[in-house]
Design a protein around this ligand. Sequence first.
Ligand SMILES: N[C@@H](CCC(=O)N[C@@H](CS)C(=O)NCC(=O)O)C(=O)O
Ligand SMILES: *[C@@H]1O[C@H](CO)[C@@H](O)[C@H](O)[C@H]1NC(C)=O
Ligand SMILES: *[C@@H]1O[C@H](CO)[C@@H](O)[C@H](O)[C@H]1NC(C)=O
Ligand SMILES: *[C@@H]1O[C@H](CO)[C@@H](O)[C@H](O)[C@H]1NC(C)=O
Length: 392
Amino acid sequence: MSALKITTMTRNIVRCAVLQPRNINLIRQYATKIEPKKKSSTLKLLLLGVGIGGAVGGSYALYNNIGKKKTTREELATVILDELPNVPIMRKIINKSDKTGLDIILFQFQTCPFCCKVRSFLDYAGFSYSVVEVDAVLRQSIKWSKSKKVPTVLIRTRDGKYVQFNDSSVIISALASFLIDPVRNNIEDIVKFYPVQNFTDVYGTVYDIANKYFLMFQDKKPKDSKEVFDEERKWRSWADNHLVHLISPNVYRTYAEALETFEWFSETGQWSVYFPQWERNLMVQVGTLAMYLISKRLTKKHGLGDDPRAHLYDACDKWSKELEQKKTRFMGGDKEPNLADLAVYGILCSMEGCRAFKDCLDNTQIGHWFYEMKAKIDSNRGNKKPVSLYNV
Ligand SMILES: N[C@@H](CCC(=O)N[C@@H](CS)C(=O)NCC(=O)O)C(=O)O
Ligand SMILES: *[C@@H]1O[C@H](CO)[C@@H](O)[C@H](O)[C@H]1NC(C)=O
Ligand SMILES: *[C@@H]1O[C@H](CO)[C@@H](O)[C@H](O)[C@H]1NC(C)=O
Ligand SMILES: *[C@@H]1O[C@H](CO)[C@@H](O)[C@H](O)[C@H]1NC(C)=O
């Protein structure tokens, strides 16, 4: 194995650690709503949280650009591919009752918290989808994409092309919006509700995605009140901006824990199947050391002191307490979870095989809700044993 390959590998692992400075901008991204390009289409949208309908491009307060800096912002073009890139699809989750007709291809790392979040949503909603496990070393299967991050999805449009959605929360918002009226909606219109702008700040290029946590009801009337959606958005944003930052400092807290974590990654990600043994071992060894060291920096960066576990317990308690106060099984009510439940569950799920998760079960009340969620998601999910289509 060349030095170059090892460097790339370490870099890639680093990048799944939510380490990039650009992540600092996540909170601002959430606060900054940008105006999508005026559309010629007569589609109407109703942005929840504003609570009233109106024409696209209208002067919603929501769209006010509250960015302080005057840098040049550029709107990125929607990516629509004429055909699927030639990449190996490793498994397909098929739900026979999925009548949406969508063809969804998820590019992912099995244990990346953002990817777990997307899968939790797809499974719960009963979508059929294909999975491309991105090789963290070489990343060939994502070469076609300008954004090198996972998760990213391609979804077939009605004219047989494939449109790209990048960010985990956008993927979820977009597909949830699609489900509001699966007969009349089409995915190539929905993508336009989540425009991306880029600009430069002290940390480099920042990508600003509008409406990340908003569902697009268009001319449908939502049944729930504004408060219900506000709350859901609040917790989805908490999951992305707080909870997720507790994962790495906890699962790589000590060298031994980091090693256990990588052994579990290897097992659940079937690294022995997808990679030669020497490469699997190297990924485990290099990964363990790198992440152990990096997690120290992350712990510091996120102000977790010398006890990241305490912060994780606090987060679990915060969530459980909220449910207790609401007196409902899920944040979404007694019957069904909402997108906040799915986000928090998905992120926690990414460390299910780690000691940190067992400690949470032992030291907090999160387990009850977690396993109720798991049962819901698993019962909706398509074929229980994913079909492997290709040997890699
Ligand atoms: N905000 C993004 C974050 C995704 C993310 O950071 N993914 C990591 C893996 S855990 C990644 O692909 N990093 C590669 C890179 O930054 O180049 C989301 O919610 O999808
Ligand atoms: C996805 O990312 C690419 C590359 O950064 C960008 O050009 C495109 O506009 C993004 N698409 C969406 C829907 O976010
Ligand atoms: C924004 O993206 C465009 C297209 O990818 C690129 O040409 C431009 O340099 C980027 N601007 C900034 C500020 O990063
Ligand atoms: C499939 O999807 C539907 C919703 O489209 C869902 O109700 C069902 O539980 C899912 N799972 C299975 C195994 O059919």
